[in-house]
Design a protein. Structure first.
Length: 187
């Protein structure tokens, strides 16, 4: 598949998800503690793709969206913009980090049963080439490496539609009970 065809497919996949949310009148929001208790991580993210569960506000703020999920794997895609630039005129490393952290943390979450969520203990990222707004879309794919009852690890890659690697990462997550109403997290 050519780069142009890959970009067209990626854009269409994202638009389909956004259209589902618009058609149902689902506005960005947060998951309630009840949802986190009732649904598995995979069910939550598949619900986002189906337009049944709200996308979180950070997706729009940072300019990235969920596109694919299966147990132990999560893919988000984003479009770097000039307002993500650092003083050097390239995309700030924090933008890379947000996409990669989301992908690896979500990969862990998709492998967890209801009533369990991941929280990042450690995150390590390597940027191997710069990004500018000329790169229309990139995809961050996270995959679980180890899933234990208290600790999980995952790895991620940020790739362009041409297959170029822009960054890679690893994470260690603690597996905990979801926040109670009011925000308190219980281990």
């Amino acid at each position: 598949m050519s780069i142009t065809e890959t970009l067209a497919r990626w854009k269409a996949e994202q638009q389909t998800i956004l259209d589902r949310h618009k058609a149902r009148g689902i506005r960005p929001g947060f998951l309630s503690p009840g949802v986190l208790q009732e649904l598995s991580g995979l069910d939550i993210y598949l619900g986002m793709l189906a337009g049944e569960i709200p996308l979180t506000p950070i997706f729009e703020t940072i300019g990235y969206y969920p596109v694919e999920f299966e147990a132990g794997r999560a893919v988000f895609q984003g479009q770097p913009r000039e307002d993500h630039y650092n003083p050097l005129g390239i995309v700030h490393g924090g933008w890379f980090g947000v996409l990669l952290d989301q992908s690896v943390g979500t990969a862990v979450h998709t492998a967890l049963p209801r009533g369990r969520v991941p929280t990042t203990l450690e995150f390590k990222m390597n940027i191997v080439r710069p990004l500018t707004s000329r790169t229309e879309l990139v995809r961050a794919e996270g995959k679980v490496v180890h899933l234990g009852s208290r600790v999980a690890t995952a790895e991620g890659r940020l790739m362009g539609p041409d297959g170029k690697l822009y960054a890679h990462c690893s994470t260690t997550c603690m597996v905990v009970a979801p926040p109670e109403p009011g925000g308190r997290v219980n281990g």
